[in-house]
Design a protein around this ligand. Structure first.
Ligand code: FCB
Length: 441
């Protein structure tokens, strides 16, 4: 394994967004296959059936990482590929793919950071309640242990969940992500069961191999009221609670934010918070923007996210560009929680790229974005936040969930007809940046 005391400069992806090959080698359906094949759910009815065809082109993608000079790569495992029915029998063919990928990474001196759950729950588990069913804690733990038994000899860094807040909120309250549920009870149950599943899996993985480095990835996004009303101020605080506090709290302090204890109570059993609170080796933080919140009683949670104010700089996704907020969020989590070392497991931006006559993509806006965010991170680091790595989202353009292939987040362009990869200017910028900062430790 490569020298792990060096700062990790890497890039991130997720299984459903890049792999394709959705029926290959025994893989069965995940909730994202079901959802993307449901009319009206995804822009232009796009699906991840082929995506970037990474399943077949992983070697080329690892070469992109190598030429970038990356020493880390964060990707996720498709649960449906390795345990097709979600529980029980594993698929060796499914694991073979990840073994090939990991071996290729290691041969190129790239440290794998494996995410176990980046939202693509096996459909058979959704059919019996998915994350609204408390038994998910056991199903997820079994999957984690089986996977670690297969891969722990080669993988040190394990991320339990990706952005549980988004999975709970977009998937179970607003319903614009899989599994497409819009139900308050399901939302709070899912919130708690994500914490429970994560805690149970961490506890079990400690016994698989004590050398594993275990963590999870939260999307930290602080809230701001969008207007001067008392209602919006209250709802903004509530948003902070269910978005940040309801995942930071149970994991790092063993408690839920006071204002949402009542909603969680029906699902909470006496010993639960002992299980959700685990000593983790690192915290993964994804950061894109902060939330502007307006009270709206017609919405399921009594609030809605609105666009940033007019004078604010934004990406093509209408997401605020504010590197100081990134720095301050890192300082905030550092001073408010007992935080383990931090990895920035995602940060990046969608800008409408143009392919020029020379075939190149001069994505200056993305370069400016990444440059300012990386420097904001380094500033937080110089102020005492223990940050050990940074992964740009994303290595390649990919399937951006409900928005399909329109939003391009990659530092490498993917032509979704030919599947050809073309490094953008931001890729070349990042390569030079890594070269200069390779020895940061
Ligand atoms: C994050 C997701 C990731 C990607 C980026 C843009 O919320 O974790 O899969 O969609 O947003």
């Amino acid at each position: 394994m490569s020298n792990s005391s060096l700062f990790i400069w890497g890039a991130a992806t997720a299984s459903y967004q890049i792999e394709g090959a959705v029926t290959e080698a025994g893989r069965t359906q995940s909730i994202w296959d079901t959802f993307s094949h449901t009319p009206g759910k995804i822009e232009r009815a796009e699906t991840g059936d082929i995506a970037c065809d990474h399943y077949h082109r992983y070697k080329e993608d690892v070469q992109l990482l190598r030429n970038l000079g990356a020493n880390g790569y964060r990707f996720s495992i498709s649960w449906s590929r390795v345990i097709p029915s979600g529980r029980g029998k594993l698929s060796q063919q499914g694991f073979d793919f990840y073994e090939r990928l990991i071996d290729e990474l290691l041969q190129n001196e790239i440290q794998p950071f494996v995410t176990l759950f980046h939202w693509d729950l096996p459909q058979p588990l959704q059919d019996i309640g998915g994350f609204t069913n408390r038994d998910i804690a056991g199903w997820f733990t079994d999957y984690a242990v089986i996977t670690a038994n297969k891969l722990a000899d080669r993988v040190r860094y394990w991320i339990m969940l990706n952005e549980p807040s988004v999975f709970a909120w977009a998937g179970h309250a607003e319903g614009f992500h899989a599994p497409g549920v819009k139900d308050l009870k399901a939302f709070w149950a899912t919130t708690h069961h994500l914490n429970l599943a994560q805690g149970a899996a961490i506890r079990a993985l400690r016994n698989v191999d004590s050398h594993l480095l275990l963590g999870t990835t939260l999307n930290l996004q602080r809230s701001l009221p969008a207007d001067d009303s008392e209602e919006s101020a209250e709802m903004s605080a509530r948003h902070d609670d269910f978005w940040n506090g309801s995942f930071l709290g149970p994991l790092l302090s063993g408690s839920y934010p006071e204002r949402i204890e009542q909603e969680i109570a029906p699902f909470l059993k006496p010993e639960d918070l002992d299980l959700t609170k685990q000593a983790i080796d690192f915290l993964g933080i994804n950061h894109y923007q902060r939330s502007y919140i307006e009270a709206d009683s017609s919405r399921i949670l009594g609030l809605r996210n609105v666009s940033p104010p007019k004078n604010v700089r934004r990406t093509s996704f209408d997401w605020e560009i504010n590197p100081n907020e990134f720095r301050d969020t890192l300082l905030w989590v550092h001073s408010n929680y007992q935080c383990p070392p931090i990895y920035i497991t995602e940060n990046g931006a969608y800008f409408e790229d143009q392919v020029e006559d020379d075939g190149q993509i001069h994505d200056k806006a993305r370069i400016d974005f990444l440059d300012s965010y990386v420097h904001a991170m380094l500033e937080a680091r110089s102020k005492g936040v223990d940050i050990r790595g940074y992964f740009v989202w994303s290595l390649i353009d990919n399937f951006e969930w409900a928005a399909g292939y329109r939003p391009r987040f990659g530092i490498v362009r993917v032509d979704f007809d030919s599947l050809k990869r073309t490094p953008k200017d931001s890729y070349h910028w990042y390569r030079e940046f890594i070269e200069k900062n390779r020895h940061l430790s």
